[in-house]
Design a protein around this ligand. Structure first.
Ligand code: ADP
Length: 531
């Protein structure tokens, strides 16, 4: 049994935040790195991206920052702006119940004056790209006198990107009395040089891997946007129609959210995770085993004990944090010689984690497209037609043929018309129109819209005496979308840009095409994509 977060020397506010984040147990790198890091040792952590490194170094950093001292005390260097933002977000979540700790990401590409203003207010934890951190050091807008912790995250990536000199300059200007933690997926010589030069008797932490046998089942992965995961999962469930499915999420929170989402979409899904009482879990398992529930959404820990033989599909809704988890998860299907399929959703950089899993597990996971709505429909029809063949084979249909003959003789319909209408009825309401779940999102990303938002252009502005409130009111009023979902409204003299969630964009455009704002007909369209 592995050690729990509660058994580590972590104080209550952080434990509470970890719980809120839904982490059920420490990932392997967290289990090994947190305690030595808390004790102040230098650390070399060899771990891939997506293994939970951020919390592994951030928990110790947050435990040691002195909130009464406004000076910068920890610097975390990351290779890219995306990573810096991501790490800062994770740290903010972990620091939710700590008071007086300020965290700021600083990276190239963002107005430096903004950053300077924020830095002036006193920031104890800086997450930055090396170039930008150097820039602030040179301008003296960032002082290192009180820095006692430095983290190099994805050190090999930073070297690949040519940051070696910057990193060395930063390390040599931070006071010598400090803790240095270095994380890297690989340990080539240049990394070891940095270790020797700038670390003091570091503890090497690696997640040792056991030899694993991967079950021989078909494995696919899908590149998706995080917000499209529920739709992607629904389509795969509809397409393959597995008898029993196990869906794995990394956190309890995600498990609960997904179960609500699936229930809302009309699936019989239930949650299984460590917050549930044993009796409750037993009941859930019983319903799953007997097929009353056909989708079980679980965390790795909760799924450990279960044994059900006819799971036809395993979905990795989140890429697992550890290669071993992947093997455990997919081992739940294809048992007892049955066919099984494993499906994994991959968002952005998680592809590296998946490649690592493939390499280490010596298994091939094939990239597949998310089925389109047409694919799902075709497949459903094929299934129904297949079932009809069974019905024809196994039953005497004379009586029914008579009904059909009568109808055909009395009307202008052919038996084909009747069969087609029947099929339509059996299929129920099919969605139409809206297709590929990624195409709109991809377009709007290029318009400079915020993540998940669509930037729209409207041909009226300040010169027409309209105010942002008028635009918001018109959009909410005409489209029925709640006004609070409207994002930024940028008004210029002759036109305005407004952001709405991508999934509502088409509806807003359609509704507004007939609308008037302050008595003026308007035209609204997607903003132009930037080159
Ligand atoms: P890395 O820094 O190694 O690339 P992250 O720290 O960003 O990986 O972790 C990847 C994801 O896993 C994040 O969404 C994070 O919130 C989540 N995570 C981290 N630790 C745990 C844990 N112990 N249990 C569940 N999820 C976790």
């Amino acid at each position: 049994m592995s050690i729990s977060f509660e058994e580590m020397n972590i104080t209550a506010p952080i434990l509470r935040a970890v719980k809120d984040m839904g982490f059920e147990e420490p990932s392997p790198i967290q289990e090994k790195a947190i305690e030595p890091a808390l004790s102040g040792r230098d650390i070399i952590g060899q771990a891939q991206t997506g293994t939970g490194k951020t919390a592994a170094f951030s928990i110790p950093v947050l435990e040691k920052v002195d909130p009464k001292n406004k000076a910068t005390q920890a610097i975390i260097l990351c290779p890219t702006r995306e990573l810096a933002i991501q790490v800062a977000e994770e740290i903010r979540k972990l620091a939710k119940y700590l008071h007086g700790i300020k965290v700021l990401p600083i990276y190239g590409g963002q107005e430096i004056s903004h950053q300077i203003r924020s830095l002036k207010g006193g920031v104890q934890v800086i997450i930055g790209t090396p170039g930008r951190v150097m820039d602030h050091m040179r301008r003296r807008t960032l002082r290192l006198d009180d820095v006692s912790m430095v983290v190099l995250d994805e050190a090999d990536e930073m070297l690949n990107m040519g940051f070696r000199e910057d990193i060395e300059t930063i390390l040599s200007e931070v006071p010598k009395e400090r803790q240095t933690m270095l994380f890297s997926a690989t340990m080539p010589k240049p990394i070891m040089d940095i270790v020797h030069e700038y670390q003091n008797d570091p503890q090497l932490i690696r997640v040792v891997k056991k030899e694993l046998t991967v079950p021989k089942i078909e494995q696919y992965y899908y590149e998706v946007k995080a917000k499209n995961k529920p739709e992607a999962l629904s389509r795969l469930l509809d397409m393959y129609n597995p008898k029993l499915s196990l869906v794995f999420c990394n956190t309890k929170k995600q498990v609960d959210e997904l179960v609500d989402e699936l229930k809302g979409r009309g699936y019989f899904a239930e949650a299984l995770h460590g917050d549930l009482k044993q009796e409750h879990r037993d009941r859930v398992m019983k319903r799953f085993r007997t097929g009353l529930t056909d989708i079980l959404v679980a965390t790795d820990v909760a799924a450990r004990g279960i044994d059900v033989d006819d799971v036809e599909a395993v979905f990795n809704y989140d890429v697992p944090q550890d290669d071993e988890y992947y093997v455990h998860r997919i081992g739940r299907t294809g048992r007892a010689g049955r066919d099984g399929r494993a499906h994994t959703f991959v968002v952005g950089r998680e592809i590296y984690k998946l490649k690592d899993i493939m390499r280490y597990c010596k298994t091939k996971i094939k990239l597949a497209p998310i089925p389109t709505i047409d694919d799902v429909t075709n497949n459903k029809i094929e299934n129904i037609l297949d079932r009809l063949e069974d019905v024809m084979r196994e039953n005497d249909l004379t009586k029914y043929i008579d009904y059909i003959d009568n109808r055909v003789n009395e009307s202008d319909y052919t038996s084909n018309d009747l069969a087609a209408a029947f099929l339509k009825m059996v299929m129920g309401d099919e969605e139409t129109g809206e297709d590929d779940i990624n195409s709109d999102t991809e377009y709007y990303e290029k318009t400079g819209a915020e993540n998940g938002m669509a930037r729209l252009f409207i041909n009226i502005g300040k010169d027409n005496k309209v105010r942002p409130g008028d635009i918001l009111g018109a959009i909410a009023g005409e489209s029925g979308m709640p006004g609070k979902l409207v994002g930024t409204i940028d008004m210029y003299d002759k036109y305005t840009f407004v952001e709405v969630p991508v999934e509502h964009a088409r509806r807003v455009i359609n509704a507004m095409s007939k609308a008037k704002i302050k008595g003026k007909s308007v035209s609204i369209e997607p903003a132009n994509a930037k080159k």
